[in-house]
Ligand binder design. Structure first.
Ligand code: FAD
Length: 324
């Protein structure tokens, strides 16, 4: 390990590496290109070795295997990561802005007396410091900060980096926990999965997302028809869910799901930072909005300035006519 290496704290989700892990590997690869170091993924678990191959975008994969790490435990994770980071001495540690990341990163920074930056969206090397662009006020404002000292703990927002899944020749090292682990003050009890029967919008290639611009519950049917015509599913901004028009499993954003479909069609969504946080990583974003200054147009690849109620039904007809 060199002092220029970039360490990624890998996460798993339902028995596979979580999407954020691949994004962190992508960001780490960019940063390691600038520092001249290697990318090291560290994965904690009781059967982590079976996920190691999926992380081969790293140069080295360090699997810490211990029954006490079978489920996430803040105390155990912090204890192990503190030891690993001290031993490895990397330039930076990338942690996701996720439930796990928020639990471990600040405590780790305090224990290691290391600088920590939350909401990182981009990172570069500038002289002896890292220059980090991060979101403030829920992402409404961006700030560039210079981070001196190592290791810098960078809490990275989902959707900030292109995922890196390229299979390399990563070296896998499996070790027992370097520190004795006891059950912590907070212990995992159960995973509460989305309501049975509903679709998982994180797995869809096409999402038709509706916002307050849909105006009334009765108009959702036409958006549903458009979604079906495109072979996709309905998603929504938070106000639609708050009003009980769609279940929480359909909410995209900071307090909802992070989605990355091939096509994200945003109908009557303003594009608040909290919404963008959940969809800006989509391959193609098309926004329909009557307001030309709506922030959704800043992230959209294609924009249509018009009333969605005038668009949706003719669009369904046109697509069906094309299909024959
Ligand atoms: C801590 C926190 C967490 C949050 N989490 C989330 C989250 O996870 N997801 C989320 O979405 N929000 C979240 N929010 C709320 C977020 O800040 C916004 O309030 C919300 O995203 C706005 O939803 P909207 O775009 O549907 O509504 P609005 O902001 O009201 O926008 C409606 C848009 O529709 C357009 N419009 C109106 N009529 C038409 C029409 N006929 N045709 C076309 N366009 C039309 C308008 O021009 C406008 O741009 C969160 C907020 C906080 C504080």
């Amino acid at each position: 390990m060199s002092a220029q290496d970039i360490l990624v704290v890998a996460e798993t989700n339902q028995d596979a590496p979580a999407d954020i892990t691949f994004e962190l590997l992508g960001g780490a690869r960019e940063l390691a290109g600038a520092t001249g170091g290697q990318v090291v993924a560290v994965l904690l678990g009781s059967d982590g070795v079976k996920h190691a191959a999926a992380l081969s975008a790293a140069d080295r994969i360090l699997v810490i295997d211990d029954p006490q790490l079978a489920a996430f435990s803040p105390d155990a994770y912090v204890a192990v990561l503190e030891h690993v980071i001290s031993a490895e001495g990397p330039r930076a540690v990338l942690v996701g802005c996720t439930t796990i990341g928020y639990d471990v990163a600040p405590t780790l920074a305090a224990k290691l007396n290391a600088p920590v930056v939350n909401g990182c969206k981009a990172v570069a090397v500038e002289g002896d410091a890292l220059k980090v662009t991060c979101g403030l006020c829920g992402g409404k404002i961006l700030a560039d900060v210079a981070v001196a000292g190592s290791p810098a703990i960078l809490m990275t927002l989902p959707g900030s980096f292109r995922p890196s899944e390229a299979a390399g020749q990563a070296q896998v090292e499996t070790k027992a926990s370097p520190v004795p682990l006891q059950p912590g003050a907070v212990t995992f009890e159960q995973m509460i999965m989305p309501e049975a029967g509903d679709v998982d919008i994180m797995q869809q290639d096409v999402l038709v997302a509706i916002g307050r611009g849909i105006q009334q519950e009765g108009n959702i049917e036409m958006a549903q028809e458009l979604a079906e015509t495109l072979g996709g599913e309905l998603a929504a901004s938070r106000p639609i869910v708050d009003q009980g028009w769609l279940p929480t499993t359909r909410q995209v954003g900071k307090s909802g799901m992070i989605v990355k479909p091939k096509l994200y069609l945003a109908l009557g969504i303003s594009g608040a930072p909290e919404h963008q946080e959940g969809m800006s990583g989509s391959d193609v974003i098309i926004a329909v909005n009557t307001d030309p200054s709506a922030p959704i147009f800043d992230v959209a690849h294609y924009g249509v300035e018009m009333d969605l109620l005038d668009l949706v039904e003719p669009l369904v007809e046109a697509i069906n006519a094309k299909k024959g």
